[in-house]
Design a protein around this ligand. Structure first.
Ligand code: BG6
Ligand code: MG
Length: 212
């Protein structure tokens, strides 16, 4: 029986995945490195530095760690500028109504996101109170596909992985959920992942799954 839901943030609750894309694109264009939405899909769920390595590819060896740190910071500054313009109006009706219903059902909720900007995003969009716990890029040592972020989230809400469903838009996120022993619901890009237990088109489709 499902007693808890662990939500990825970027690309599941909010369209911040598009802001990640725009911010990386700006950096890649400045560096003269090819980058498109197909490459961007490989960055879903992956940490900031691991994302940079994917974008640099075999050009990675041309840069020092110091330069890479500066590139990651440059991308994050662009990203945070985009985040600073977010408001509660950026939360879709589907997401808000679903979170409201889940809150009333008594099911525990947590965020399981690789992002170090999680709390800022939740605060900008005023959805922090929908969650019992937040597990994010600040409390983990290994990024998805490692299950650490979800295992911590389950621990924070006092549930076993087998009692929780993870909602993810990233292939790396579905890998992480399955490696951790969770039920996995895929949305968006993750719907092509063969190991997803459920495929949903809208967040509200979750309501039928948890009622089962
Ligand atoms: C994940 C995104 O949620 O967070 C990744 O899907 C991103 O694309 C990662 O790289 C880290 O985010 P941040 O905000 O800490 O750079
Ligand atoms: Mg995501």
């Amino acid at each position: 029986m499902i007693k808890g839901i662990i939500f990825d943030l970027d690309g599941v609750l909010l369209s911040t995945d598009e802001f990640h894309y725009q911010a990386w694109k700006k950096l890649a264009d400045r560096l003269g490195i090819y980058f498109d939405k197909t490459i961007n899909n490989k960055l879903r769920g992956v940490s900031r530095m691991a994302s940079l390595e994917i974008i640099l590819g075999d050009k990675s060896k041309n840069f020092t760690q110091e330069q890479k740190d500066a590139f990651a910071e440059e991308k994050n500054n662009t990203y945070r500028e985009l985040l600073s313009q977010m408001t509660p109006a950026d939360v879709s009706d589907d997401v808000r109504a679903t979170l409201e219903k889940i809150r009333l059902s008594g099911i525990k909720t947590a965020i399981g996101s690789s992002s170090k900007n999680t709390k800022y995003i939740l605060s900008q969009t005023n959805i922090t109170d929908y969650f019992d716990a937040i597990s994010d890029g600040n409390n983990i040592t290994k990024s998805k596909p490692d299950p650490e972020v979800f295992l911590k989230a389950a621990e924070y809400i006092g549930l076993a992985p087998s009692e929780c469903i993870v909602v993810e838009d990233a292939h790396a996120g579905i890998d992480a959920a399955k490696a951790g022993g969770f039920t996995a619901a895929a949305i968006g890009d993750a719907k092509t992942h063969a190991q997803a237990d459920y495929k949903i088109n809208e967040l509200k489709d979750l309501l039928q799954i948890i009622e089962q």
